[in-house]
Design a protein around this ligand. Sequence first.
Ligand SMILES: [Zn+2]
Length: 423
Amino acid sequence: MTDYVKQLIEQRRELHQWPEEGWTEFWTTAYIAKKLREWGFEALLGTKIIEVKQVFGRSQKLVDQAIKNALNRGAPKEIIDEMEGYTGCVGYLDTGRPGPTTAFRFDIDCIVVQETDNPDHIPNKLGFRSQHDGFMHACGHDTHASIGLTLAHWISEHKDQLKGKFKIVFQPAEEGVRGASAIAASGIIDDANYFFGSHISFMANTGEIVAAPYGLLCTSKYDVDFQGKPAHAGKEPNEGRNALAAACNAFVQMMGIARHGGGMTRINIGTLSGGTGRNVIPSVAHMALEVRGETSSINDYMAQNVMDIVEGVSKSFGVTYKVSQMGAAVDFVNDKDMSDLITDVAKHVEGINKIIPDGNFGGSEDISILGRRVQEHGGKAAFFICGADRKAGHHQSTFDIDEGALKQALDMYTGIVERVNGK
Ligand SMILES: [Zn+2]
């Protein structure tokens, strides 16, 4: 009998040692695909699961380096080639018996943060600290990937008691909400009757489940590049076109977008840079910004205002501009009967002693795009929180998860599979 708890922890620690940021998860994807195939799953890779036109925020330079790193670390070249430059994997298994198609999503990317060298930090103590300098699994996606893999193993070993089909999505680039759109647009989960995903810890401790977190915010992320014309700042500034002035004006106007009476809004211009030298009219400027809204239409309202401002200042300063979308998430609400199912499963999981019906998630999660896609195609979808005690908050260098909670997370998923796909 497979010791699933041992597997959960061992995989998590292996993955923790080589964290990769969004769209560079080549070693991680190869690790996942190899195991899935060993257990009789098909592992779908590359453009089979990625719609290239919907890939946001991917850097070819980082991709090239990450492929080299993955090969150096022993990732099989055939699997890397199959990925066609795009990370992520969908594990597919057909039991051969008629029944529903159930899809799951586990995200696999890391955070760009240096893991603490404090000797009391458990990964340091037990020797599984990040070996990838400047990168860390500081959001628990190492546990997500490990839970997804162990679920796949469990399904393959219980296939005879199950019906229908399974699609386990290992999603790249959740951070910055960059990865889900490309997977959704590929159509790979359009036939799913059911879709489930979760986040570890976040707003709940070990022994707790949040069945229906609300307040998943719609968001759009944009990079804006203004292009002007350089000129001598003393002799003939009139010959220049000031891109930085345009960007600064855009900044101020964006902060003043009238708030929407219909619901919550946010805007943040996180970076603004430009210019080339003290005595040159700045001919380039770059801004990275995001808007959020309580609903899609409120988010669209914020985004439209941003676009109007960019267009307006560009005209008045005589510069041109390019807007690139870098990420997106939508609002999402669980199907009620799926939240009920999660609650019911949780009641039977050993170690879960508190079922929290709902709670404000208060952030964006691009699982919303996949969940909505399934709902739009007539399936049912739900997102829940698997509680786990944590040291420090998510995205911090001292973040760590209580590994004892992983078993309950796995039991939630196997419980769901038994309900939905049990023979
Ligand atoms: Zn996360």
